[in-house]
Design a protein around this ligand. Structure first.
Ligand code: HEM
Length: 418
């Protein structure tokens, strides 16, 4: 549908559900920034997301508190404070990967990236509030919750929750498992004196709205779960798709390895290395463009509106898809080619042409954090190993809350000889 529409605003025909497809950068700017109050996070994907992380729709008090906490927690200065902890956690996680892939044994890339990303994020954002063994349980519960009935709920938002769909029970079980892990952390944090911790739990508990009101336990739990949902799946998927791109583009691979050898040497990568890893960042940007793991960020239309002469009806849904915007040939020439050089400069591009992190007031709060975390993971891994794709190309995407590889992706690791 995206290819046929080629940037025009069309209505997708999904039976009783007919969202408008909006892909052109100028149109996206109107929806996400210029007239943002008329386009809210409602319906479609937000209904099942809301079941998992509480209300996502409003730009009101609770969202404001959460958003401020996230921005503060994930800013470059705050990330710098936890950088040593982060690099040590990544180095340990890469060691474990090395052991698992010893003697050329193929490993499940998605599973391994999940383990590395979870350990990194959770250690950094939750500090010592959770035991190592529970980190994996949290990861499993989150993956189950966002896969079970999520896709059907997302594509059939008109079916009320009172009508059960296959996978609903598994979803409910996963939410209970998440609650059993997260609520005790919230209760324990409330019992502890304010010890000045700068993790997400402490920050959510101590945050106040403009009216001085605090978040209750459920809102704090939602803030924690919401952050993990946003931070983990996306990063894991992009790091997995990347192995396919590096396998298919040897020139990119060589340039990337050269940069990492030069900047990081035998590793592990350190925080100070990140600004020097310019090509590594371009490779990640190009992966985000081509694989657009946050493939859809729908909005509900509040009141009738008109974009470029097309009338949008109140109550309808807009499907915004970075995946499609990133494939418009007049915006991104030869869109199917993996070419990091596109990102040497983005001055000539429309601000809403690169949509991997969304735009406007809901723009990804973890963008800066991602560009620190992902290069650290990538450079630490590649300073020691050369991953070789051991499963078939191309890695086809599967639609879920985020895009994931459809089939199991396997890699083997060749130790770097110096
Ligand atoms: C591959 C990496 C990532 C991608 C592609 C991505 C993509 C996105 C997108 C498209 C949105 C906007 C949703 C909308 O417009 O409705 C978003 C929101 C968000 N992201 Fe990310 N993200 C990534 C990594 C991260 C990381 C690492 C974190 C945290 C450490 C994070 C935290 C958030 C949060 C908290 C929001 C919600 C913002 C709000 O509601 O105001 N993301 N992300």
């Amino acid at each position: 549908m995206g290819r046929e529409a080629n940037g025009e605003i069309v209505r997708a025909n999904l039976g009783p559900f007919r969202p408008y497809l909006i892909t052109r950068p100028e149109h996206l700017q109107y929806v996400l920034r210029d007239n943002v109050d008329n386009f809210r996070r409602e319906g479609m994907m937000w209904k099942p997301v809301g079941r998992l992380v509480g209300d996502t729709s409003d730009l009101g008090a609770s969202w404001n508190i959460r958003r401020r906490v996230y921005q503060n927690l994930l800013s470059a200065p705050s990330t710098a404070l936890v950088a040593d902890e982060m690099t040590a956690t990544i180095a340990e996680a890469v060691d474990v990967l090395g052991e698992r892939a010893a003697d050329g044994r193929p490993v499940d890339a998605y599973g391994e990236m999940t383990r590395i990303v979870y350990r990194t994020i959770i250690r950094v954002l939750l500090g010592d509030r959770i035991e190592l063994s529970k980190i994996d349980q949290l990861g499993e519960a989150m993956v189950t919750a966002t896969t079970s009935s999520f896709r059907s709920r997302m594509l059939m938002p008109f079916i009320p929750f009172s009508v059960p769909l296959p996978g609903d029970r598994t979803f409910n079980r996963a939410v209970r498992a998440l609650d059993d892990l997260v609520f005790p952390i919230v209760h324990e944090a409330r019992r502890r004196e304010d010890d000045g911790s700068r993790d997400v739990v402490s920050m959510l508990i101590h945050a106040r709205g403009d009216d001085g009101a605090a978040l209750d336990d459920k809102a704090v739990r939602d803030g924690i779960v919401g952050l993990f949902m946003a931070a983990t799946d996306t990063t894991v998927s992009i790091l997995t798709f990347l192995w396919g791109a590096l396998d298919a583009y040897p020139d990119v691979r060589t340039k990337l390895y050269d940069e990492i050898d030069r900047v990081v040497g035998t590793g592990p990568a350190r925080y100070d290395d990140v600004p020097k890893l310019t090509y590594t960042k371009m490779v990640l940007q190009e992966a985000l463009r081509l694989f657009s793991v946050g493939w859809i960020t729908p909005r509900g239309v509040r009141e009738d509106d008109v974009i470029d002469g097309v009338r949008l009806k109140a109550g309808s849904t807009i499907a915004i898809s970075p995946f499609l915007t990133h494939r418009l040939p007049d915006v991104w020439p030869q869109p199917h080619v993996f070419d990091p050089e596109r990102f040497v400069s983005d001055r000539s591009r429309h601000r809403f042409a690169f949509m991997a992190f969304g735009g406007g007031p809901h723009q990804c709060a973890g963008r800066v954090f991602f560009y620190i975390e992902a290069p650290l993971i990538l450079a630490t891994l590649l300073s020691r190993y050369r991953p070789v794709l051991a499963s078939p190309q191309p890695i086809e995407p599967r639609v879920d809350l985020t895009l994931k590889p459809r089939e199991r992706v396997e890699i083997t690791l060749q130790p770097v000889r110096r």
